[in-house]
Design a protein around this ligand. Structure first.
Ligand code: MRU
Length: 348
């Protein structure tokens, strides 16, 4: 349960999932039913469903959908899992969610009906658990924003991105409830405008005073001294604390370091990839070039052009002040702190 007025994902066991179509926000609140692997892959690919933890929930439910629609054999589930996990490469939660579902049934002696039941139960329970996980992140992180006044965030990290309460936005909301936040600055987040379309929508519903800025205004804002912390989410955190997050995060971290502004990254355990030693090994998703030259039907660049369109960038751990997790606040050096919080990766 998200705790929000809207429901980013709902599991209807034995049939389908219902998701809030994030491509239609903020103007239209439209829910879409997904009952095939094709439809799920389409929804993930075009960001109807997005945000790392929410992708994890969708990935897990996708295996239940595959078992329901196709057949529940190991071979069929493995093929569906590979397809779903391959739709977006950077957010580790997606593949991990698929993997968690597969491990619950693949190789077992369960019948098809038992497999389906187990997969739906797992998917529904994971959706229910997310709010509590996010709540722990918020509780751990909010004290770092004591009397912060104004903060800056990037992309969208609210309930829409997790299916629970959110990561960075949940931390900001908890600090706001304590009376410590007067204003949240939200970057518009080019090219798909998650900040402008989704974060401002969620901030309004949370009752948090906010201001939208173009991405290119962020360095100047940090230089101005008007912001006392940057709080963002993550799509994959390597074992040494390097963080992949929405493109533009690295620039914010560099500017924050230069101007002495603390830079916090909020994420659940599921976003840590302990098998990935550092950020250079994180796969970066590149998206269609036409996303840069326009938005929806509106084109502003000449028709035939090339574009550089990575969806994410990697912020080295040395630019990060603290990682705010559901297992507490982790401080540098992050390698040992991550090992202590989550256990060392196999083989180390
Ligand atoms: O491409 P998106 O919209 O899925 O990217 C989302 C982000 O980069 C978020 O900051 C990230 O998933 C962390 S929020 C829970």
């Amino acid at each position: 349960m998200s705790g929000a007025r809207y429901t980013p994902i709902r599991v209807e066991a034995g049939q389908r999932i219902v998701v809030l179509d994030q491509t239609r926000l903020p103007h239209d609140e439209v829910y879409v039913s997904i009952s095939t692997v094709d439809a799920l892959c389409e929804a993930i690919g075009c960001l109807r469903v997005r945000g790392a933890p929410l992708l994890g929930l969708a990935g897990m439910a996708g295996i239940a959908i595959a078992a329901e629609r196709d057949d529940a054999s190991d071979k069929s589930l493995q093929a569906a899992g590979a397809r779903i996990a391959g739709t977006r490469s950077t957010a580790v939660d997606l593949g991990a969610g698929v993997q968690r579902a597969m491990e619950a049934v693949v190789g077992s002696a369960l019948t098809g009906a038992e497999r389906r039941r187990r997969l739906w139960t797992l998917a529904a329970a994971a959706v229910d658990e997310q709010a509590a996980i996010d709540e722990r992140i918020a509780e751990a992180g909010a004290p770092l924003l004591e009397r912060a006044g104004a903060v800056l965030t990037h992309c969208n990290t609210g309930a829409l991105a997790t299916g629970g309460r959110g990561t960075a936005l949940a931390v900001i909301a908890a600090a706001h409830r304590c009376g410590w936040i007067e204003r949240c600055y939200a970057t518009e987040t080019r090219p798909l405008l998650q900040g402008a379309r989704l974060t401002t929508w969620e901030l309004a519903q949370l009752g948090i005073p906010h201001a939208l800025l173009s991405d290119s205004a962020a360095a100047g804002l940090l230089a101005s001294g008007k912001v006392s912390a940057v709080v963002v989410g993550a799509d994959r955190i390597a074992a040494n604390g390097d963080v992949a997050n929405k493109v533009g995060t690295l620039g914010l971290a560099l500017a924050a370091k230069e101007f002495g502004v603390p830079f916090y990254v909020a994420a659940p355990r599921s976003t840590f990839d302990l098998a990935c030693m550092d950020g250079s090994r994180i796969p970066i998703e590149f998206r269609p070039v036409d996303e840069v030259g326009g938005f929806g039907e509106q084109r502003w660049a000449p028709g035939a052009m090339d574009a550089y369109n990575p969806a994410f960038d990697v912020t080295p751990a040395r630019f990060i002040t603290a990682l705010l997790t559901d297992r507490g606040v982790l401080r540098p050096p992050f390698g040992p702190a991550i090992d202590t919080a989550f256990g060392p990766p196999a083989g180390r």
